[in-house]
Design a protein around this ligand. Structure first.
Ligand SMILES: [Zn+2]
Length: 445
């Protein structure tokens, strides 16, 4: 409760009672009534000292009593928690940036490896942030190799939290639909599962890692769930076998895209977190068959499968960035293994602002910017599937929405000689080094 406020009049009454012999014999009520008359006849100057000391008393009282928020939590504790959360987020961002920049500085961004993880859960405990896991999946990703070393397991926690039966049933039925304990599928020895997962993480990190400290990425939505599931796994072991830092994959997508564009010498100033977040949330591979575990494949719940989730993230990252680095996408690595032939790649000529009036003679001319702009045709892309002909010279469909570089100041020489086929979309084997240099505006050495 907030401390009671002091007022100048009561300060005067208290002093009067102490200093006046008549006042010492009076009760509080008598003193108040007596002092009321005296106070009425006092001017502002005479009342001043009492009003000031009332304010002083307020400040002193406030500092003695902990201030609480409307939930009854001490403000100092809430503030400290907020600061710690902000610090954690800052550390997450800096570490993610460091991982990407290290790869870039070593000219090896395309081989920089990241671990993606996802969990499905049965229920969440009310009193602490523990989630009872139902399914785990992890994989390693790099732009060059796409998805690799997939680890996936169903989990049988044996029992659920008492009193949460209906909530668990509701959540399960609306999402992954895995059978509930005690009939749950998969690993029932939680200690062994935890040790296996740590061993997997260790094997993914080629460098010696004496602290057993690992960074894994998951979606913003799953962050608390993954943290809670790891807490559950750790609780079965005497002491944590490793420190697992769970970071936001959506921030990684943003940072990585920026640096990939920079490496490819493409304009990246239009890439912002909202764009990459939207792209991530749209989840183009959401209903793709053949990338889930057998249970979810058979029950048509692939969307909710943990294995499908980590795979989809790999395909999304590949789809968004491999084109920038002219990395040829491989089925099963950079895109789902089974393709449907319903994807149509727009002819790059339609999206180029260059009109080659002189035909193939190589004399390229330009229209004015406005007329060029109107020549741009928009094709509707179906990003949910890829071209059936993977060996052809069709472009790898990109979600990047790269536009011709009309925003890069005066049309440069590089743009003039750039072939109307957007060169960076074509696998590198199909264009000469000269073409690439022109396309990327790189100085000739
Ligand atoms: Zn599954």
């Amino acid at each position: 409760m907030a401390p009671k406020k002091h007022n100048g009049f009561m300060m005067f009454v208290n002093e009067w009672r102490k200093t006046n012999s008549e006042g010492r014999k009076m009760t509080m009520a008598q003193a108040v009534s007596k002092c009321g008359d005296i106070w009425k006849n006092m001017n502002a100057q005479q009342r001043g000292p009492y009003n000031v000391s009332a304010k002083d008393a307020d400040v002193t009282a406030r500092s003695k009593v902990e201030r609480l928020n409307c939930h009854g939590q001490p403000l100092s504790v809430v503030k400290r928690e907020e600061m710690e959360a902000a610090e954690r987020e800052m550390r997450m961002k800096r570490t993610t940036e460091r991982m990407v920049l290290d790869g870039k500085e070593q000219h090896d961004l395309e081989n920089t490896k990241f671990i993606f993880v996802a969990f499905n859960y049965f229920s969440k405990s009310v009193t602490n942030d523990i989630y009872i896991p139902a399914e785990f999946a992890a994989c390693q990703f790099s732009l060059k190799s796409g998805k690799c070393s997939l680890y996936s397991s169903h989990i049988n926690p044996g029992q659920l939290i008492f009193g949460q039966g209906s909530e668990t049933k509701h959540h399960t039925m609306n999402t992954h639909q895995l059978p509930l304990p005690p009939n749950a599928l998969g690993e029932s020895d939680i200690g062994r599962l935890y040790a296996n997962i740590v061993e997997y993480l260790r094997s993914c990190n080629s460098d010696a890692n004496p602290n057993n400290s690992f960074v894994v990425f998951t979606s913003t939505e799953l962050m608390d769930i993954v943290k809670g599931c790891f807490r559950y796994l750790e609780s079965d072991s005497e002491e944590p076998l490793a420190t697992v830092h769970i970071y936001d994959i959506q921030y990684l997508l943003y940072v990585l895209k920026k640096e990939v564009m920079d490496v490819a010498d493409l304009p990246s100033e239009k890439i912002n977190k909202s764009i990459t977040d939207n792209l991530f949330i749209n989840d183009f591979f959401e209903y793709h068959a053949g990338i889930s575990c057998q249970f979810h494949e058979d029950n048509d719940r692939g969307k909710y499968c943990a294995q499908s989730k980590v795979s989809r993230w790999c395909y999304l990252f590949s789809d968004y960035m491999c084109g920038d680095l002219a990395i040829k996408p491989l089925p099963g690595k950079h895109m789902p293994p089974k393709q449907e032939a319903k994807f149509r790649v727009a002819n790059p000529e339609n999206t180029s602002i260059i009109t080659n009036k002189a035909g193939s003679s190589g004399n390229t001319t330009y229209d004015s910017f406005n007329s060029l702009h109107s020549a741009v045709k928009h094709e509707i892309f179906d990003h949910s599937a890829f071209s059936a002909n993977l060996n052809g010279t069709q472009d790898f469909p990109s979600l990047g929405g790269r536009k011709p570089r009309s925003n890069r100041g005066p049309l440069a020489k590089g743009l003039a000689s750039r072939d109307a086929r957007s060169v960076w979309n074509v696998p590198s084997s199909n264009c000469s080094v000269n073409d690439l240099e022109d396309a990327f505006d790189m100085p000739r050495r």
